[in-house]
Design a protein around this ligand. Structure first.
Ligand code: PEP
Ligand code: MG
Length: 544
């Protein structure tokens, strides 16, 4: 039994035979080509063919992994048409008198290297995309046709790396898992694997490929990131147990995917997902959430060793918005302080941090930090349907200041000629009793409320949510909390504002009926709970 470890990018387990993925590499030679215009014609023809292939791959991906994930192949088509890329190839053909294959290969390598050397991990991952399109054009120039793979049996594909088009071209029904030597969790291949529901392990290291062979029996554990070759009976039994548990969950998924969130008597409700990182988008899509009801943006700050720049934040927000393909994405502004401490903020020690300078209080106290985030959010807003949400509001004036700052940011962007959407929704978290009690005053200033029951419960019941010893006193179904939720929904609706719940209580299906009776418009839960809540909603009859 030999174990290799990498990083699991999709949690599932596969048991089966290994198939080592080898591509029929087209060896590119530098050949003197005197007739530059003939080479340019060949290039044009090959690019046309490559675009047609990608169009077909796009259609396949659209059916199998959804629009948001299929978009990468649209981007590949755009990359083939990219002016800089084409200019570089043309210059080599005309200036150096070389064959088109060589010019494409060198340009592809140069562009890939440029992407790899960028700081941003998302841009680094684009190196694989530019290599992918270059290989495709070269294959078309050499008349090798589409890059595709034929597999006869169900196998665990092991490769050095897989290009997105290679991943999606594989016959999904025959792939048990992907295991790659390289790759990043940001790569589209990783995203596709997540969306295709296939266990995937990346970054196992180059050596493993020389030590495995076709037909080896293996367990690929996408949870732990382990590839186990020649597993013993105990390992196989544990893997089978995990598979049985997953199958049970999948059954629920199959039954409910694509179905509406509608009660037996016809009331609809939005079921969205809560995420902490852009990496969870795959899970949001897999679980068929209607949008993102809470993106806890503070994790961007918690994972950094210094303040994340406007540019860095912009790229993350843009990615989330684009991946959701126009579905609503609510991004909550920075909520640090209390249990979420960030050393580089150098916050003063507080006696009662949960009652201290946290969330929006900190943002209003340090408007430079707030402004950077708002600029990134407004800039990203053109890439989807954005809602901006302010946490921990207790006073009307806090919300007014937030809105004023948004106005200033918009004026700055206008002055710089930077576009932003005019359809951004502004909303607040209702997570203090004060906010619920004055929700009739807050509602006219916003588009939505999202009730944060985790904090609302701790502040209403005076029970520290971090302290296990107070748990007995912290009844999450407490009448006082329910009354505040009901009051909030009522006041929202009076002013034409929608109201949701994004605290953990939203996933408590023993309360779903109660919430629907209160008129709640949205429930935002961790991705794995979306279908559980959908199931509950579909079994409720409000007429009874
Ligand atoms: C809440 O308080 O309910 C909430 C959703 O916010 P967080 O859990 O991030 O404090
Ligand atoms: Mg909270």
């Amino acid at each position: 039994m030999t174990r290799y470890s990498g990083k699991g990018v999709f949690g599932a387990v596969a048991i089966g035979k290994i198939s080592v993925f080898t591509r029929s590499d087209v060896k590119v030679k530098r050949v003197k080509a005197d007739d530059a215009s003939a080479e340019l014609m060949r290039l044009k023809e090959a690019e046309k063919k490559a675009r047609e292939q990608l169009g077909r791959i796009y259609e396949k991906a659209l059916k199998e992994v959804g629009e948001a994930n299929a978009q990468i192949f649209d981007i590949h088509i755009m990359m083939i048409e990219d002016e800089d890329y084409n200019e570089a190839i043309t210059e080599m053909i005309c200036g150096q008198g070389v064959n088109a294959e060589y010019a494409v290969a060198v340009t592809g390598d140069n562009f890939a290297e440029m992407f790899s050397s960028m700081d941003d991990s998302y841009m680094q991952a684009r190196a694989a995309d530019v290599k992918d399109i270059s290989n495709r054009i070269i294959a078309c120039l050499s008349d090798k046709g589409a890059v595709s793979v034929n597999i006869d049996d169900k196998v665990i594909i092991c490769a050095d790396d897989l290009a997105p088009s290679e991943t999606v071209s594989l016959d999904k029904d025959k792939v048990l898992a992907f295991v790659t030597a390289y790759g990043s969790s940001n790569s589209h291949t990783a995203i596709l694997a997540r969306t295709m529901n296939i266990p995937a392990i990346i970054g196992v290291g180059a050596e493993f490929l020389s030590q495995i062979k076709n037909g080896d029996i293996a367990v690929a554990d996408g949870y732990s990131g382990e590839l186990i070759i020649d597993p013993d009976a105990e390992t196989i039994a544990a893997a089978e147990k995990r598979q049985a548990e997953d199958a049970e969950k999948k059954q629920l998924l199959r039954k409910l995917k694509g179905k509406e969130n509608i009660t037996l008597d016809g009331k609809r409700v939005n079921i969205y997902a809560n995420i902490e990182s852009a990496d969870s988008i795959g899970s949001v899509i897999l679980n068929d959430a209607g949008g993102i009801g809470l993106f806890r943006s503070e994790f961007l700050y918690l994972e950094s060793t210094d303040y994340p720049t406007e540019e860095k934040q912009f790229k993350v927000y843009k990615r989330v918005l684009e991946s959701m393909g126009g579905k609503r994405v609510i991004i909550r502004t920075l909520d640090v302080g209390a249990d979420k401490q960030v050393p580089y903020f150098k916050l003063e020690r507080e006696e009662n941090p949960a009652l201290g300078l946290r969330a929006v209080r900190l943002c209003l106290d340090r408007p430079d930090i707030f402004r950077t985030q708002l600029r990134a959010l407004y800039r990203a807003s053109v890439y989807g349907s954005l809602g901006i949400m302010f946490p921990m509001i207790t006073n009307l004036w806090e919300l007014e200041e937030c809105i004023e700052l948004c106005g200033k940011v918009k004026a700055e962007l206008d002055a710089d000629g930077i576009a932003y959407s005019d359809n951004i929704e502004l909303g607040i978290m209702i997570e203090t009793p004060a906010a619920a009690l004055i929700s009739d005053k807050l509602a006219p200033l916003v588009d939505f409320f999202s009730i944060g029951t985790n904090d609302l419960t701790q502040y209403t019941l005076a029970c520290d949510r971090q302290n296990p010893r107070t748990e007995r006193f912290c009844d999450t179904h407490h009448e006082a909390v329910m009354k505040l939720i009901e009051m909030t929904v009522e006041n929202a609706h009076k002013h034409g504002v929608w109201a949701g719940i994004c605290g953990e209580l939203a996933a408590d299906t023993s309360l779903t009926e109660k919430f629907l009776r209160m008129g709640i418009d949205e429930l935002s839960v961790s991705p794995p709970f979306v279908l559980k809540v959908r199931d509950a909603v579909r079994n409720i009859d409000l007429n009874k």
